[in-house]
Design a protein around this ligand. Structure first.
Ligand SMILES: *[C@@H]1O[C@H](CO)[C@@H](O)[C@H](O)[C@H]1NC(C)=O
Ligand SMILES: *[C@@H]1O[C@H](CO)[C@@H](O)[C@H](O)[C@H]1NC(C)=O
Ligand SMILES: *[C@@H]1O[C@H](CO)[C@@H](O)[C@H](O)[C@H]1NC(C)=O
Ligand SMILES: *[C@@H]1O[C@H](CO)[C@@H](O)[C@H](O)[C@H]1NC(C)=O
Ligand SMILES: *[C@@H]1O[C@H](CO)[C@@H](O)[C@H](O)[C@H]1NC(C)=O
Length: 944
């Protein structure tokens, strides 16, 4: 027994030696006798006996012992129980072409936490004996042909978090005993033939987040009590038969609801007032018999989808519908609505990254409040309204055909394929125009209940960010290979995960990633909703992981560490420990020292905040204080008790590091001080949250100032000084910071402007220490590490070789200079800014690509700046200038253009207010147009 705690330490070590020794230790224990509980062995044998397994996937369930041999799909606890036996922890049999029945003996696996038989062809009833497995957390039976009703015994499962029986042939009603599932968060029963009423007992479930019962045969009235569910975010009941029921007024009181979908439920009566539900994003009440008018009060700013078509609604469209900044779909077709078409819904709005569909067909709209010509990203349908025949409106013919004609099919996005380079695996497009030969992992994935309507590029970016941060992969490692979004209700995505440095993933990585998906260690977020894992095939170089029947069981196998008092074991473990300890000492002395130092002292120069202080500063992290979102998490504007304005980066659960790593990072950040760097004021690591507190930058980021919709612009001389300032900040990181730092994510959205429009470089989240220039050969020293950064700014050399040098920052900075010069995005209309400017420069027409908003500027200086930028963007790192050279050149350019000291009225206001005002001032960023969300921080929040 004495060896147990030490073995825990061994497990956390990643050295190959220790893994080997653990295995060795386990083999020893195996020899000395711990085996799987005989009752469980028997249960597994019975389970196998009643299954039909045409592909012989379970053929190895015969020899040896389930926990200590490699039985497919069986994961056991790491150590034997005090009863001396191993116990089965997970049974993972997803998509193995199994049919037959699930034997009642499954109820004898009393220690089971995950029971997963998704996407097979199992028939028969769901064994009520499962109700005995009190440790069960995930019960995943979806995608089979189970019949019979839901066993009431399942209501005994006090630890159950997720119950998925969707897409089966279940009949009967939902047992009222399910009201006892104290831990349940996810009830997914869609696509069965469940009948009867929803039991009122469900309305007391304290943790329920998703109640998904669509496509069944439910009847009765909609329960007002459900509105009391304190944590419900999704209620989806489409395609049931609540004949004669009304939508209870109480449904306006759901505290946390994000999505309400009651499509085709035979509902009548009027639409309640949903304006009090703060987070509501998705409302689908279509195909009912609803009457009355549209509610006047303004719905949540988060609304993406309002689908009220095919009802009997009357009256006109309320003014408040024009104020919904995140809207993607407003569908009111086939109602009796009248009045004017409110063109304010799309006028004066930016749809740069989004889309909007307004469907008003077959109503009685007779005129419009303004111009019916819509921007490119807005689609309007008006067919079947008197307005289409109105002679008073001067439509042109083409317009009339588009808007009043037949509905157009919106094209489904598709990836441009990579060329047929020879590659033993697959040419994967990892970034526009860049294909690499890799062995990707393919995942068939479906969003079960998303809260948006269009999967736009903007949402695609958010989605990739969400997957990569959760999985701790790099942005370039995840691509959406195919998107099938035909009915827009449950979009299906084929994901490809690409190994970062190697051609293929290591076995440990495959196991980590696969387990992450199959154990639902994260359960989706409110916006993307819960996910369905349809398949995770292991093909190509990973196929042997299947044929050897070890992919899943290996996880269990490696983790099996037994406790036993046999002397031989103790001796072997002692020997092991000595060995391991030595290795540890050697490789980790340095880090350990640093950790203990950072933990034992306060970090100099930064303040440690309590959670409460930061919560108070942001009004409890109120939405109104949200100013942006980055890869790390959300960014809030806070006002500390001493009235200082600050920006608070609040790490998301998925981006959290260990306390040590976090303090280490702060230790690094706290040592970086320069007038052109955004400075860290403090941090908080309390209450299970990690937050960074930075100085607040009232003038937002440079990208927004350059945007086509910016209300004010920066003059040429201002831009030159912004360039010079940020170059100095980067130079400091490269040459003066000790140890040197490579930024790795230089881009215009990471360059912020203070109240005097001075540039400061932000977001060192991706920073890594630069190689010490003493060792290696000067500039050519590199850190070989994973590719990070933002497409469009990424040094191609770094991308291809993964060798990071200071010259990668120089390249990105060159792109920043080009943006300052032209006002364009790095990527536009299928080309890249570097190519455009280079061509113009070669033709001697560089002045033609310069941002015309800057007014008059000296052609000589423009040319100099363009040439400097192109020099920075040279393909070969050796030929690019160093940052100190860049600073010198920019100083030359700025010399005769005096730093402008005239501020506009707006910026003057910002500088004075910052120091005195105490009430939360509306963020000045709201004056600026939004930009993409995937970048640094301090962004105005863009409607999703
Ligand atoms: C587990 O499977 C691997 C690969 O087939 C095999 O080499 C190994 O001997 C097996 N281990 C046991 C204990 O059966
Ligand atoms: C289930 O059976 C049907 C035919 O009855 C077959 O087409 C399908 O591929 C099977 N699915 C699985 C996962 O075995
Ligand atoms: C299951 O339900 C589907 C669709 O509701 C039906 O086509 C199929 O025949 C049913 N299968 C069984 C075995 O009841
Ligand atoms: C569920 O049932 C509906 C209606 O029959 C059908 O359109 C849908 O494709 C089914 N599957 C899912 C996953 O929603
Ligand atoms: C749905 O329930 C009704 C009775 O409420 C019944 O008549 C009908 O057959 C059921 N439909 C199915 C597909 O089971």
């Amino acid at each position: 027994m004495a060896c147990l705690p030490f073995l825990g330490i061994l497990m956390s070590s990643r050295t190959r030696g220790s893994l080997f020794l653990v295995t060795f230790c386990c083999l020893l224990l195996h020899v000395t006798g711990s085996r799987t509980d005989p009752l469980e062995v028997n249960a597994l044998q019975e389970i196998k006996r009643s299954l039909i397994d045409p592909m012989r996937n379970l053929s190895n369930w015969e020899k040896g012992d389930p926990c200590t041999s490699n039985w497919t799909g069986i994961i056991c606890f790491r150590r034997s129980h005090e009863d001396g036996h191993f116990h089965v922890q997970e049974l993972q049999l997803m998509r193995l072409n199994l049919s037959g029945e699930l034997a009642p003996e499954v109820g004898q696996l009393l220690y089971l936490e995950i029971l997963d038989v998704m996407w097979n062809n199992l028939t028969g009833r769901i064994p009520f004996e499962i109700g005995r497995i009190s440790s069960l957390k995930l019960l995943l039976l979806n995608g089979n042909k189970f019949t019979g009703s839901l066993p009431p015994e399942l209501g005994n499962l006090q630890k159950l978090n997720r119950l998925q029986v969707d897409e089966n042939n279940i009949t009967g009603s939902v047992p009222s005993s399910f009201g006892n599932l104290r831990s349940i968060k996810h009830l997914h029963f869609n696509n069965n033939t469940i009948s009867g009423e929803i039991p009122v007992e469900l309305s007391t479930l304290p943790r329920l987040a998703h109640l998904i019962l669509d496509n069944n045969n439910l009847t009765g009235t909609l329960l007002p009590e459900l509105a009391r569910l304190p944590n419900l975010t999704i209620l989806q009941l489409d395609n049931n038969n609540f004949e004669g029921s009304e939508i209870p007024e109480a449904y306006g009181n759901f505290p946390r609801l994000v999505k309400l979908s009651l499509r085709n439920c035979r509902l009548q009566g009027s639409i309640p007032d949903f304006s009090r539900i703060k987070n509501l994003s998705y409302l689908d009440l279509s195909w009912n018999n609803l009457t009355g008018t549209l509610p006047e009060s303004k719905l949540s700013d988060n609304m993406t989808t309002i689908e009220l078509s095919h009802n009997h609604l009357t009256g006109s469209i309320p003014q408040s519908f024009s104020e919904l900044g995140s809207l993607q779909l407003l569908s009111l077709e086939n109602n009796n609505l009248s009045g004017s078409v409110p063109t304010e819904i799309w006028q004066n709005k930016s749809f740069e990254n989004s889309k909007l569909q307004v469907d008003l067909r077959n109503n009685n709209f007779s005129d419009a409040t303004g111009n019916l010509i819509t921007p490119d990203n807005v689609t309007l349908y008006l067919r079947g309204n008197p307005i289409c025949k109105s002679p008073s409106i001067p439509f042109d013919k083409q317009f009339l055909k588009n808007v009043c004609g037949k509905k157009k099919q919106t094209p489904i996005n598709s990836n441009t394929p990579c060329s047929n380079m020879s590659c033993p695996f697959e040419n994967v497009q990892v970034s526009p125009g860049i294909c690499l030969c890799k062995a990707p992992l393919s995942i068939d994935y479906r969003l079960k209940s998303p809260s948006f309507f269009f999967f736009t590029p903007h949402i695609e970016n958010q989605f990739i960010e969400y997957i990569t941060t959760s999985l701790k992969l790099e942005t370039h490692q995840v691509t959406i290979d195919r998107l099938i979004d035909d009915n827009r209700l449950r979009p299906r995505l084929y994901l490809k995960l690409v190994p970062k440095e190697e051609i293929k993933f290591s076995k440990t990585e495959v196991i980590r990633i696969r387990n992450w998906f199959t154990s639902w260690s994260f359960s989706g977020n409110d916006f993307f909703g819960p996910y369905e894992l349809l398949d995770f095939p292991l093909q190509g170089p990973y196929a042997d992981l299947i044929t050897k029947k070890s992919v899943i069981s290996t996880a269990g196998w490696v983790m099996i560490v037994a406790g036993s008092t046999v002397t031989a074991t103790v001796i072997s473990v002692t020997a092991t420990l000595l060995f391991i300890k030595k290795r540890h000492e050697k490789s980790h002395t340095l880090t350990k020292k640093r950790f203990s130092r950072t933990i034992s002292r306060e970090i100099e120069g930064v303040k440690k905040f309590s959670f409460v202080e930061l919560s108070d500063a942001t009004n409890g992290f109120d939405r109104s204080t949200l100013i942006g979102k980055g890869s790390y998490g959300k960014v809030y504007k806070g006002i500390l008790q001493n009235k200082t304005e600050v920006a608070i980066k609040r790490g998301e659960e998925t981006s959290m590091q260990s306390e040590k790593e976090f303090l280490n990072e702060i230790d690094l950040l706290s040592r970086l001080h320069h007038r052109n760097l955004v400075s860290l004021i403090g941090y908080s690591s309390e209450n299970g949250e990690q937050m960074l507190v930075y100085e607040y930058m009232p003038n937002g980021n440079v990208r927004d100032w350059l945007s086509a919709n910016a209300m004010e612009t920066l003059s040429f001389s201002r831009r030159s000084h912004v360039a010079l300032g940020s170059a100095k900040g980067i130079l400091y990181l490269h040459n003066e910071a000790n140890p040197p730092v490579i930024h790795r994510d230089i881009k215009t959205s990471n360059i912020l402007l203070d109240c005097k429009l001075r540039a400061k470089v932000a977001d060192f989240g991706l920073s890594r220490l630069a190689p010490a220039f003493g060792d290696g050969d000067g500039e050519h020293a590199h850190v070989s590490t994973v590719v990070r950064g933002t497409p469009g700014y990424l040094d191609p050399e770094y991308f291809m070789t993964q060798k990071l040098t200071v010259k990668s920052d120089v390249y990105s900075f060159g792109v920043v200079l080009l943006e300052l010069l032209t006002g364009m995005h790095p990527f536009f209309e299928g080309t890249h800014i570097i190519r455009e400017v280079r061509m113009a420069n070669e033709c001697g027409t560089v002045v033609s690509v310069v941002d015309s908003r800057m007014g008059q500027c000296s052609p000589n200086k423009v040319k100099k700046l363009a040439e400097l930028a192109l020099w920075c963007c040279e393909d070969r790192p050796e030929t690019r200038p160093s940052m100190s050279k860049v600073v010198k050149e920019l100083e030359g350019i700025c010399q005769s253009v005096r730093e402008p000291d005239m501020f506009s009225e707006k910026t003057k206001l910002l500088c004075t207010k910052t120091s005195s005002s105490s009430s939360p001032v509306p963020s000045p960023l709201s004056l600026l147009p939004g930009s993409d969300l995937d970048s640094g921080f301090f962004h105005p929040v863009k409607p999703r």
